[in-house]
Design a protein around this ligand. Structure first.
Ligand SMILES: [Zn+2]
Length: 244
């Protein structure tokens, strides 16, 4: 008798979570192997991919029963977290290529990824959901001589209230459940920078799309295995707490 109609009847179907990983691997497709001759050492570093980001994304998606979109092609071919008009979409190996080559790489290794993520978000929004997009990344502990002073970064657009609120609750959950971790907001990068989340923000209103990039410090990823496993567990548990 007290049963209320499902919330979806009012056009609010609740939150829908999607997890992505743009820098999951350092694979170079065979047809471009020649371009990367001599790049083996660089491909193995942060310039080639985000160490640990793929396993974190997989565990996150699995725990949250969320769809997962990942790429294991190196960002040195084309960076899935940059607009194609951004010169940093291309690396020193691919920037000098003529336009037709850029177009071919974009068609085969860039557009399908963006289209797949956009399709998932569009379908969920059309069904009445608010989408929570978590994009999984990692950062190098030292860049240009500067030591990064965080273990986890939560990147979002401060002008989008839903994103600011989620990041704030997520950080508070870390403080409660994993007080030993240094968690900073919009660090080591600003969440409003050019990227997949900013691309989606231009397409979906704040009430329908909430995009947060999580960045973990590679000092933990590449350090003690137990500590890294515990960090991944904490990331998931604190996110779940932040949803409550
Ligand atoms: Zn990344």
């Amino acid at each position: 008798m007290n049963k209320r109609p499902p919330r979806s009847a009012a056009g609010i179907a609740g939150d829908f979570i999607v997890v992505t990983c743009e820098h999951g691997g350092n694979r170079i497709p065979a047809e471009y192997a020649g371009l990367f001759r001599g790049w083996r050492a660089v491909l193995a570093t942060h310039r080639g991919f985000d160490a640990g980001a793929l396993v974190m994304a997989r565990e996150f998606a699995s725990a949250l029963h969320a769809p997962l979109v990942t790429s294991t092609v190196s960002r040195l071919l084309v960076d899935l977290n940059r607009s194609l008009s951004n010169r940093h979409a291309w690396s020193d190996a691919t920037r000098p290529l003529p336009d037709p080559d850029h177009q071919r790489i974009a068609q085969r290794h860039y557009a399908p990824y963006r289209e797949r993520v956009t399709a998932i978000v569009t379908a969920a929004v059309t069904a009445g959901h608010r989408v929570l997009h978590i994009s999984s990344h990692s950062f190098t502990p030292v860049l240009d001589g500067q030591v990064r002073t965080a273990d986890v970064g939560l990147l979002y657009d401060p002008a989008r209230r839903g994103e600011a609120a989620l990041a704030s609750r997520w950080k508070a959950a870390f403080a409660e459940q994993a007080p030993g971790l240094r968690v900073r907001r919009n660090y080591p990068y600003a969440g409003r920078n050019d990227g997949l989340t900013s691309f989606l923000r231009r397409r979906f209103p704040p009430a329908r799309y909430v995009g947060v990039e999580i960045e973990v410090n590679q000092a933990i990823v590449l350090g003690d295995a137990k500590r890294w496993r515990e960090l991944r567990r904490a990331v998931i548990a604190t996110f779940q707490a932040a949803l409550q």
